[in-house]
Design a protein around this ligand. Structure first.
Ligand code: ADP
Length: 344
């Protein structure tokens, strides 16, 4: 197998690629997020606002980067274009009409869309999304689930699904388990694909997950959002009519700060907040509850912000094991049912 180059060797090649002002793309700070493994090289080409490049110029830099690296090292290369890219200029003139952001188009057959979001990663957002979807299905609803957490798609594992969607009439048929139909990057990509996909590429891939799937009739489509705030949230809000968002947080102060930021973003995007779920609230030994992360932090915050509080989930090995084994704990435990009933 070809020896994989070091980051510095790759950068040395990229220094030969110049922007229209004559600066090379490495010195211009455009190259980041390297992934070098398993015979593949991936990185992001991030265009700063000050560079003022249009889509053709940015794509030309991306192509040069990909070609030069491939030709030098003989490896597979994926360069993801992201950052600030202006609409294509015609000659020296700016186009008069910059297209407005897309207006959301309905998803055929889907009655309601709700998103599950969090201020930061690792708070159990995907766990809640998977269990919530299962709990909805147990209540007799027809449920779909989209894993929009492109950087860490984990829902296929949590639901115990492995098979790639079948393609019929150019549409993907979402595989179903525990009454939930799932679309996830995790089902489409093989495990070694670098996840340096960003910005425009990701938003295209996401649209495929939603609109490239034959969902049939659904009462509810649950979206597992990426953590935090960013382009993907914006793209989903612009392209799909999201009826509401459920926010997941742990009780700590730091997590709560991020939650406030996320809530602010959804308010700006005019997506109603259905309420908050506090995860990892406590653990129980011999009937006594312990609160290692402080008591009722998320509950207090939701009160302060005037948001409905939907419930607490304990720290429980059954919850993580349920996720690892593909048998979500909602199948056996009533807490998630109660939260789902409140949302319904
Ligand atoms: P996020 O989507 O916010 O990044 P995950 O849902 O992937 O978080 O959860 C992170 C890890 O924490 C997983 O291993 C999951 O099984 C575990 N976990 C989540 N909630 C709980 C809980 N209430 N009790 C025990 N483990 C949990």
């Amino acid at each position: 197998m070809t020896r994989l180059p070091q980051k510095t060797e790759i950068e040395a090649i990229l220094q030969n690629i110049k922007t229209p002002t004559g600066e090379d793309i490495v010195s211009a700070g455009m190259v980041s997020s390297f992934v070098i493994r398993e015979g593949k090289i991936g990185f992001a080409l991030e265009i700063p606002k000050a560079a003022n490049l249009d889509a053709t110029q940015a794509e030309s830099l991306r192509m040069q980067a990909e070609t030069n690296i491939k030709n030098t090292f003989g490896t597979e290369v994926l360069v993801a274009l992201t950052g600030h890219i202006s609409p294509i200029r015609i000659g020296a003139r700016e186009p008069k009409n910059v297209p407005p952001p897309p207006t959301p188009k309905p998803l055929a057959g889907v009655k309601r869309i709700i998103a599950v979001a969090s201020g930061k990663g690792g708070v159990g957002k995907s766990t809640v999304a998977a269990n919530l979807a299962v709990a909805f299905a147990q209540q007799g609803l027809r449920v779909g689930l989209v894993d929009a957490d492109i950087y860490g798609p984990s829902l296929a594992k949590m639901l115990g699904l492995k098979e790639k969607p079948e393609i019929v009439d150019n549409q993907m048929i979402p595989p179903m388990r525990h009454g939930v139909k799932l679309m996830s990057m995790g089902l489409l990509l093989d495990e070694n694909t670098p996840t340096v996909w960003r910005g425009p590429m990701v938003s295209k891939a996401l649209t495929q997950l939603f609109r490239g799937a034959a969902w049939g009739e659904l009462d509810i489509l649950v979206i597992d959002m990426p953590p935090g705030t960013g382009d993907i949230h914006l793209s989903i809000a612009q392209n799909f009519e999201v009826n509401g968002v459920v926010i997941v947080s742990t009780p700590q102060e730091v997590a709560l700060l991020d939650v406030k930021k996320a809530i602010g973003m959804f308010e700006k995007l005019h997506i109603p907040i259905l309420g908050m779920i506090e995860n990892m609230s406590y653990f129980e030994t011999s009937g006594t509850r312990h609160y290692p992360f402080g008591k009722e932090g998320a509950q207090n915050l939701s009160k302060k912000l005037g948001l409905p509080f939907l419930g607490q989930l304990p720290i429980d090995a059954a919850i993580s094991q349920g996720g690892d084994s593909g048998e979500p704990f909602a199948l056996k435990n009533g807490i998630m049912q109660q939260i789902a009933a409140k949302i319904v």
